[in-house]
Design a protein around this ligand. Structure first.
Ligand SMILES: Nc1ncnc2c1ncn2[C@@H]1O[C@H](COP(=O)(O)OP(=O)(O)OP(=O)(O)O)[C@@H](O)[C@H]1O
Ligand SMILES: [Mg+2]
Length: 239
């Protein structure tokens, strides 16, 4: 059975059809790229998977059980965690405390939360700034911190919405290495990105959306070479 099943999901905002009959499966351990021109519905789909928006139609199943209608909190407790395209977090507490709060909220005891936080801070090169308030961190460091928060308790499924956007190349590399390593350990991801070289490098399989529908879903190289995909991007740029 697939870990995640998305079936016939549709969503409109007034007259805008953000998603139209979207279906695909994610198997445990997959790292799937989710690409498509601006406004193609990627974030809307992530929002529906994480419970931050409702679907008009369709079904989303995790381990065969419906997620639709559950709050983001309950979905997170089932093991679906997401990173936002625009960084969120607790700005007025330290980087370390951001990780500890998340860990405690997800059921870790204090010692275990500290152990994991320290390991993640080291891995994400944030040890030097761990006692600064999160809002004092650079944009890239805040992204790395959000990454860490997502992995205090490794989720069943991690949803990453453009984690590499507007991030210094050094930090982008740290993030890419982090994702690659976790994937090798069996972590399941959906990764939204406009960074095709990184999608090519990290994701064996890619789903491409355009105007709310899935237009390609296969091996990443085939998707990136698909004339329908290329046309979707060119069409978007010309509009
Ligand atoms: N809350 C909303 N209210 C109205 N329209 C919305 C809302 N959210 C998204 N849309 C519209 O739905 C469509 C899909 O948007 P979405 O943000 O999912 O695209 P995206 O693929 O994530 O784009 P990008 O690559 O720019 O992040 C767009 O036409 C967008 O304008
Ligand atoms: Mg988006």
């Amino acid at each position: 059975m697939a870990l995640l099943t998305i079936r016939h999901v549709s969503k409109s905002f007034g007259g805008v059809r953000a998603l139209e009959d979207v279906s695909f499966d994610v198997a445990a351990g997959e790292l799937i790229g989710l690409i498509g021109p601006n406004g193609s519905g990627k974030t809307t789909l992530i929002n529906i998977l994480s419970g931050h928006q409702s679907a008009d139609r369709g079904e989303v199943l995790l381990d065969g059980q419906s997620l639709l209608g559950l709050s983001p909190d309950r979905i997170a407790r089932r093991g679906v965690l997401r990173m936002f395209q625009l960084t969120r977090g607790f700005g007025r507490i330290t980087a370390l405390d951001n990780l500890l709060v998340t860990g405690r909220a997800l059921g870790l005891d204090s010692d275990e939360a500290h152990r994991r936080a320290e390991r993640l801070l080291d891995e994400l090169t944030l040890t030097r700034v761990m006692n600064l308030d999160a809002r004092q961190l650079s944009g890239g460091q805040q992204k790395l911190l959000e990454f860490g928060s997502c992995f205090m308790v490794p989720p069943r499924l991690a949803l990453l919405d453009e984690p590499f956007a507007a991030v210094h190349p050094t930090m982008r590399q740290i993030m890419a290495d982090f994702v690659r390593k976790r994937h090798a350990e069996g972590q399941t991801f959906i990764l939204v990105s406009h960074d095709m070289p990184i999608v090519m490098e990290l994701c064996p399989r890619t789903v491409c959306m355009n105007a709310g529908t899935v237009i390609a879903d296969e091996a990443t190289r085939l998707v990136l070479d698909d004339p329908v995909v290329i046309e979707a991007y060119l069409g978007g740029q010309a509009a």
